[in-house]
Design a protein around this ligand. Structure first.
Ligand SMILES: Cc1cc2nc3c(=O)[nH]c(=O)nc-3n(C[C@H](O)[C@H](O)[C@H](O)COP(=O)(O)O)c2cc1C
Ligand SMILES: [Mn+2]
Length: 462
């Protein structure tokens, strides 16, 4: 069987496209790497020499921007969301294989030492070194269905990790097991093709196995190897995997952590704990660092799956909308939706849908037409400037549940509460569309200027 595309193939793709910078001098993951990653918004970074961690290399900010994300999908930026949605419709089940590069080096029990992973410190106030690129695979004890999701893990000791569980699928699985005083068996994957990361951050129904979605995005079944200490499996072409358990009835201080919105407000407090039982990795492992924050790698993994899930949902508002595109804006608490509005009022319905979707994050959503470049914030601001009548095109809904990491909200339920953690705030829709297709005369007033001969080339006149 042909191997799955993996992190090494992705490094090659980046290199060929001129998107990779290789750092050959020693870089300290605790004091130097975070800033190098945070500032590397133009290029992916390949660390050949990780100070204090002989034998390891590391990759970060890959993808660090939407251009590189589009490269991973092999389509132009404007088409990424539609492409994700199209591929995601054909889920492909993993196939079990006997062996894979991730099985090359195995440590078990007291030999295990995750402090040897070259995990970096992302920000000055972070509680320690964090595994930021771990995708946790777990099985729902009722349905038997697997789940794969992103979770930060704070390194506390050779076999001990702190964990943040925002109340979604893994949290539900963990709570079901904990109610019976049982540990939650988990397996964790670190370092693979970006499609694994995009799949893990997509919010679907609880019965979606995100490894099936990773297969769909790759266009082939993910090859997995069986784990030894639990009944889970992990991708055979990952760089590093480990097995362990989330302990029932145990909570310890965890955080703070540099989060996606560019703040340290991050659910710091008494959070669950993982015990690590077994580690598998390649003999020449390439670790994966993910810098979180606004407009860095962690944000790219949020933006694309969130935009896709929202795009799929908003197509059905009012039965049907002629939706063109969706993109989450910096900080993730805002989004722009692009549509061809047929009737007056349709854009506002879409805005209400976007403000109350499967995601708590968006509190400001802007609707624009097809003639606005949603990847250029200046163009979106132009649409707000020239197409919004504030008295009739802006609405605010107060006292709504917003994302718990949004500092503008009032914390009504603190982290550690069994129900989860919650903040209350408000939501705003901005209808920056021009009059709808059903009103051609009014719409014509908003025709954008265009020069004659738009394809003319300056080079031909030098
Ligand atoms: C870079 C990144 C880091 C994330 N870190 C966490 C985390 O620490 N805890 C958490 O609960 N969710 C985290 N998430 C969000 C979840 O992975 C995401 O919502 C996912 O859809 C949840 O999976 P589920 O739908 O199967 O519950 C993170 C997402 C990204 C993109
Ligand atoms: Mn899930």
């Amino acid at each position: 069987m042909k191997k799955n595309p993996d992190q090494r193939d992705w490094i090659e793709t980046l290199e060929k496209a001129g998107e990779l910078v290789t750092l050959t001098k020693p870089v300290d993951p605790s004091t130097e790497m975070g800033a190098l990653l945070y500032k590397a918004r133009d290029k992916a970074l390949f660390f050949k020499n990780v100070k204090g961690f002989p034998g390891w290399k590391a990759l970060g900010m890959a993808p660090g921007n939407l251009r590189q994300a589009a490269l991973a999908f092999g389509v132009p930026i404007e088409d990424v969301i539609r492409e994700f949605s199209k591929r995601g419709k054909n889920l492909i089940k993993p196939v079990v294989v006997d062996d894979g590069p991730v099985c090359e080096v195995v440590t078990e029990g007291d030999q295990v030492d995750v402090t040897k992973f070259p995990a970096h410190i992302a920000g000055v106030r972070d509680g320690g070194r964090y595994i930021t690129s771990g995708l946790i695979i777990a099985r729902d004890p009722d349905t038997g269905i697997l789940n794969m999701s992103f979770h930060r893990m704070m390194i506390k000791g050779p076999r001990r990790l702190g964990l943040l569980l925002v109340p979604r699928h893994l949290y539900q699985i963990f709570r079901k097991n904990e109610a019976n005083n049982k540990p939650t068996p988990i397996s964790v994957m670190i370092g693979n093709h970006p499609m694994f990361y995009f799949a893990a951050a997509y919010t679907g129904a609880a019965d979606l196995d995100e490894l099936d979605l990773a297969g769909a995005l790759l266009g082939e079944p993910v090859q997995v190897v069986k784990c030894a200490t639990n009944d889970l499996h992990v991708p055979a072409f990952a760089e590093v995997c480990f097995e362990g358990q989330i302990l029932p009835g145990v909570r310890e201080e965890e955080g703070p952590f540099s989060e996606f919105q560019d703040y340290y407000i991050s659910g710091t407090g008494m959070n669950p704990v993982i015990q690590v039982d077994r580690v598998m990795m390649r003999k020449d492992p390439i670790y994966k660092e993910i810098q979180n924050g606004s407009e860095v790698e962690g944000c790219i993994y949020h933006k694309i799956p969130m935009s896709t899930a929202m795009y799929e949902r908003l197509q059905t508002v009012g039965g049907f909308t002629d939706l063109v595109n969706v993109m989450i804006l910096p900080g993730i608490f805002a989004a722009v939706v692009q549509l061809k509005q047929r009737f007056k009022g349709e854009a506002k319905n879409v805005l209400m849908g976007a403000l109350s979707s499967q995601y708590l994050h968006p509190k400001v959503v802007i609707a624009v037409d097809e003639d606005v470049d949603i990847f250029n914030p200046a163009d979106v601001l132009w649409a707000i400037n020239t197409r919004v009548n504030p008295a009739s095109d802006v609405f605010i809904v107060d006292n709504t549940r917003i994302h718990p990491m949004d500092p503008t909200g009032v914390e009504v339920v603190k982290p550690g509460n069994p129900l989860g953690w919650s903040r209350m705030g408000s939501k705003m829709g901005i209808d920056a569309t021009k009059p709808p297709i059903s009103e051609p005369e009014a719409r014509a007033e908003f025709e954008r200027i265009r020069p004659i001969n738009p394809d003319i080339r300056r080079e031909d006149y030098l």
